[in-house]
Ligand binder design. Structure first.
Ligand code: CU
Length: 454
């Protein structure tokens, strides 16, 4: 049994017996340390070929939050580094060569060469802690930061820190590329992309929603990862990518990228038009245009056309009808559509516009009845007032008809009618313009006239 092994065995006995003082007999050339082997629960570690106590109190590696925790002073010093303790800030400082790592009790973020680094991106509960007055640090994080490749043998609960003599630095944190930081979209299967980094063999993407890990994908060799369908709902996500290579694992991005998934809100459907019925017609020049409400609509827009001319374009409507203002419509045919707008956008218009026809009201000509008697003296009365455009019923009483007045003519209205005793009725439409309309006996002698009043 060689000297060193004997000493180590004695020391472990001493510890078992409860004595606190332990000398360190590590190799002179700390920088050449290749491997450090620890075992959970075992106060003795192996530095290359040398077995030594982890610390003078017999502290042993323990597993907390699935991570191996232990005082790292002996390890760091075995590598030729230094460990400092700032009681005020409860901060442990580790310096090895150009590498400076600071961890603070109960904090999940450490600082590596001034950059803030998550100790365990997937578990914020992995933090430095004081156990039995010993400062316990996560050995994987510390060792990886110092350039070791860390191996964990679950069966034997042995942790091997391989420094390989040559310190291969862990790769740098990858530069994230897409989706852009702070971007938002309705895409629920975004492709997360990053740039390759030297010394990286694989990448690990960790996607969070708040503190919840939504996706944790290690061992990636591609430079992008499409988020599987069904994983994301509307909300804001943050993600980081670390790179792992022979030199260890990179720090994640100091500031995770963030993107927001918006719920895809579809535009509302085209409203169903209700009134006036399609292709209806009426004399109403202020019709009420009506339509049914549609889901997801906040406002509506009515567009009324005559041919291609836009007669009315009203948007921002919240009601389900619009009365066409007076004075806008004249007789003719109109086409109209209604679109709906909501958070999801604007609906299409109806595939086929509804049409309606406005007719000028058929103004029933004024019906007017006038009386005239045929006398020997002539027509009685010989001047009769009628309304322009009126539908005139001319009752001619043949009281005293002669061979002269047995026929009456109204040349301008092409009227020529025999008159007989009793009631004779002539109907005609008065000229639409004011003026006079002469009439006479068929010979043109016995005269009379209508005065057409406007
Ligand atoms: Cu006559």
């Amino acid at each position: 049994m060689n000297m060193r092994k004997g000493l180590a065995f004695t020391l472990s006995l001493a510890i078992a017996a409860g004595c606190m003082w332990v000398p360190s007999v590590l190799p002179a050339d700390a920088a050449s340390v290749k491997t450090i082997v620890l075992r959970v629960g075992d106060p003795v570690m192996q530095v290359d070929a040398v077995r030594t106590f982890i610390d003078a109190t017999g502290a042993v590696p323990v597993i907390i939050q699935g991570r191996t925790m232990l005082p790292v002073r002996a390890i760091v010093e075995a590598l030729g580094g230094t460990v400092s303790w700032d009681a005020g800030r409860r901060a442990v400082g580790v310096v090895l060569g150009a590498k400076t790592v600071e961890l603070i009790i109960a904090k999940s973020m450490a600082t590596v060469n001034g950059t803030s680094v998550a100790i365990d991106p997937a578990n914020a509960l992995v933090v430095p802690m004081i156990v039995k007055a010993r400062t316990m640090l996560p050995v994987r994080f510390v060792a990886e930061q110092l350039g070791a490749a860390v191996d964990w043998a679950p069966a034997t609960q042995v942790v091997t820190l391989d420094f390989g003599g040559t310190t291969i630095l862990p790769p740098a944190a990858p530069v994230l590329t897409a989706p852009g930081d702070g971007s938002s979209s309705t895409d629920k299967t975004p492709s997360l992309g990053w740039n390759a980094v030297d010394g990286a063999a694989t990448y690990r993407v960790v996607l969070h929603k708040g503190t919840d890990v939504v996706l944790d994908k290690p061992g990636l060799t591609a430079l992008s990862l499409s988020v599987p369908a069904g994983l994301l709902t509307a909300g804001t996500y943050s993600w980081t990518v670390t790179a792992t290579g022979p030199g260890g694992t990179s720090v994640p991005q100091a500031k995770p990228f963030v993107f927001t998934v918006k719920e895809l809100i579809l535009p509302p459907a085209a409203p169903v038009l209700t009134a006036p019925g399609d292709r209806s017609s009426s004399t109403d020049k202020t019709p009420s245009l009506g339509w049914n409400a549609v889901d997801g609509a906040a406002t509506y827009r009515v567009v009324l056309r005559r041919g291609t001319d836009v007669i009315l374009d009203k948007s921002g409507l919240t009601a389900l009808s619009l009365t066409v203002p007076a004075g806008l419509l004249t007789a003719g045919t109109y086409g109209w559509t209604v679109t709906a707008t909501g958070p999801g956008g604007t609906s299409p218009a109806q595939a086929k516009a509804f049409t309606f026809t406005v007719k000028d009201p058929v103004v029933q000509p004024l019906a007017q009845t006038v009386e005239m008697h045929v006398k020997y003296s002539g027509w009685d009365p010989a001047t009769i007032h009628i309304k322009a455009g009126a539908r005139v019923t001319w009752n001619i009483w043949g009281d005293e008809i002669t061979s002269c007045t047995n026929r009456i003519i109204v040349p301008s209205l092409s009227i020529s009618q025999a008159l007989t005793a009793g009631k004779n009725v002539i109907t005609f439409t008065a000229p639409s313009a004011a003026g006079t309309v002469p009439f006479s006996c068929w010979m043109g002698m016995v005269r009379g006239q209508f005065i057409v009043d406007p």
